[in-house]
Ligand binder design. Structure first.
Ligand code: NAD
Ligand code: ZN
Ligand code: ZN
Length: 391
């Protein structure tokens, strides 16, 4: 089959690789009909996450049709059309029973937990196409993919909904939703979202869904901000023009700050030349620029919700400011399975339109071009979806 294979930083190629086969009795083999490139894939693409090996197949946002089922698969049949969550979860461990699917203890036997201060804790859930520390599972930017724990993850999709309507249930829609839900965003909330990428946009869409009308959004990409302004009614703050977005947000909120800040940027945040240099030299785990801005923008007693991915330590974290303001933090990988049914119902009812985000549709064979465009933000790229080439 054809699959998008990692060869090194900024070097991904569509190669011919062996077809996946069933390995466990509760596996399925999925024929992929649509897959997307995520901001998380960009961290891998830039070579910023340790644990990728040459030959690894990327991709954790995908859907398709069940081609083969293992003997212990009871939830699905051949021919079912499903979206697959990026988290691989057993459904039966301490964490899965609490619906904390990203913390599953049984699906990542290769990895390590809490890298810097592990004290022997188990790693969280395995993930598709996301390095060996996350389990080394082959990803779904491919014609076929093996899906383990198939009784727990994939969600069946009614025929009336197209792939484009539902594909983002695999990651970015639940990620945006969890970011606002865990911060208790609702009617009357004020929210500042850092990052107008796909995750920031899905957070804005979900904040609107939950009744929030006052959303400020920070980025330096005018075209992304313009899209979010038109589509989700956000107030755009372009940090290419406004030096200190946090000050702008304070001025817009009677010098108090917003109820909730959402950091949908993560560890490669722009804005601090020093931290960018230190992270490139691996002397710093993450750039803390967006986090510091988010802390400064949040009101006393408010919530800072962090879907953006962070790694290692940050020297300039301003924990004292966070303490002094009495902030609540929530963060982490998304418990995708927890949110999929609710969000599918919202899509079916026409209350969410995640497909509006799609800016580019490419055949799988052009995946490397898709990565390049998404990374460089060329051609007003917001979100790329790939479909296996028509024969
Ligand atoms: P993206 O790279 O397309 O978007 C990030 C946006 O942040 C870009 O538009 C960029 O211009 C902007 N940005 C950079 N520095 C900034 C700053 N200092 N202030 C404000 N904006 C800034 O990526 P995405 O797909 O939207 O993903 C965003 C983050 O969410 C990534 O870190 C990704 O790994 C993470 N993510 C986490 C989960 C999860 O389970 N928690 C799931 C999906 C993605
Ligand atoms: Zn993703
Ligand atoms: Zn589990």
């Amino acid at each position: 089959m054809q699959a998008l294979v990692y060869h090194g930083a900024h070097d991904v190629r569509v190669d011919h690789v062996p077809d996946p086969i069933l390995q466990e009795p509760d596996d399925i083999i999925l024929r992929v009909t649509a897959t997307a490139i995520c901001g998380s894939d960009l961290h891998l693409y830039r070579g910023k996450v340790p644990g990728m090996k040459q030959g690894d197949i990327l991709g954790h946002e995908f859907m398709g049709v069940v081609e083969e089922v293992g003997p212990k698969v009871t939830a699905l049949r051949r021919g079912d059309r499903v979206v697959v969550p990026f988290t691989i979860s057993c459904g039966d461990c301490f964490f899965c029973r609490r619906t904390l699917f990203a913390a599953c203890e049984n699906t990542n036997t290769d990895g390590r937990g809490a890298l810097l201060n592990a004290k022997g804790i188990r790693p969280g859930a395995g993930m598709f196409g996301y390095t060996h520390p996350y389990g080394g599972y082959a990803g779904g930017q491919a014609e076929y993919v093996r899906v383990p724990k198939a009784n727990v993850g994939p969600i069946k999709i009614p025929d009336v909904l197209s792939d484009e309507h539902v594909l983002f249930l695999s990651d970015i829609l639940p990620t945006g939703y969890q970011a606002v839900l865990q911060a208790h965003v609702g009617q009357g909330s004020s929210v500042a979202i850092f990052g107008a990428g796909p995750v920031g946009c899905m957070a804005a869409a979900c904040a609107r869904l939950l009744g929030c009308e006052h959303i400020l959004m920070v980025d330096d990409q005018a075209y992304r901000l313009a899209f979010a302004q038109q589509t989700y009614g956000v107030v755009p703050i372009n940090f290419a023009e406004i030096d200190d977005p946090a000050q702008f947000i304070l001025d817009a909120t009677a010098q108090r700050g917003v109820d909730v800040s959402i950091d949908a940027v993560g560890f490669e945040a722009k804005g601090s030349a020093l931290e960018t240099l230190l992270t490139n030299l691996k002397l710093e785990g993450s750039s803390g620029h967006a986090l510091r801005q988010a802390i400064a923008s949040t009101r006393r007693g408010g919530v800072l919700s962090v879907p953006g991915v962070y790694a290692g330590f940050i020297h300039g974290f301003l924990f004292g400011d966070a303490f002094e303001k009495g902030l609540t933090f929530c963060m982490g990988q998304t418990h995708v399975q927890q949110h999929m049914p609710t969000l599918l119902a919202h899509i079916e009812a026409g209350r969410l339109h995640p497909e509006l985000l799609i800016s580019h549709r490419l055949p799988l064979s052009a995946a490397a071009e898709g990565y390049r465009m998404f990374e460089r933000k060329e051609d007003f790229c917001r979100k790329v979806i790939l479909t296996p080439d028509l024969l």
